[in-house]
Design a protein. Structure first.
Length: 101
C-alpha cells in the first residue's frame, strides 16, 4: 500500500535504509538486545523490499518475457547472495566479527 501511495522507488529507498541500520546495529550494538533490534530492522528491510523488487521486475519486463525476467532476477539474486555469504564468512574468520556488517 505504501508503494502504491508514495511511489515504489521511495519505499525501496526506505527499505534499503532499514538494511543499513540493521547492519550497523548488528555490527556495533552489544548483547542480545542489540541482536534483537538488528533482526527486527532486518525484518523491516525484507518487508519493505522483497515484494517490491518482484513488483518492479513485473513492471519493467515485457509480458512475453516475464517468466524469463523472474528467472534471471532469481538467478542473479541467488548468485549475489552466495558470493556475499562467502565474503562475509571470510571476513568473519579472518577479521573482526563486525567486518561482514
Amino acid at each position: 500500500m505504501l508503494a502504491d501511495d508514495d511511489g515504489r522507488y521511495r519505499v525501496l529507498v526506505v527499505g534499503v535504509g532499514f538494511l543499513v541500520l540493521a547492519d550497523l546495529v548488528l555490527a556495533f550494538a552489544p548483547g542480545l538486545g542489540g541482536v534483537a533490534i538488528g533482526v527486527a530492522l532486518w525484518g523491516l528491510h525484507m518487508g519493505f523490499t522483497q515484494g517490491l523488487l518482484a513488483t518492479l521486475v513485473a513492471d519493467t519486463s515485457p509480458p512475453e518475457l516475464r517468466g524469463t525476467a523472474f528467472g534471471m532476477f532469481n538467478v542473479l539474486t541467488g548468485g549475489a547472495l552466495l558470493a556475499a555469504s562467502v565474503v562475509a564468512g571470510i571476513l568473519w574468520t579472518r577479521s573482526a566479527r563486525t567486518a561482514p556488517f
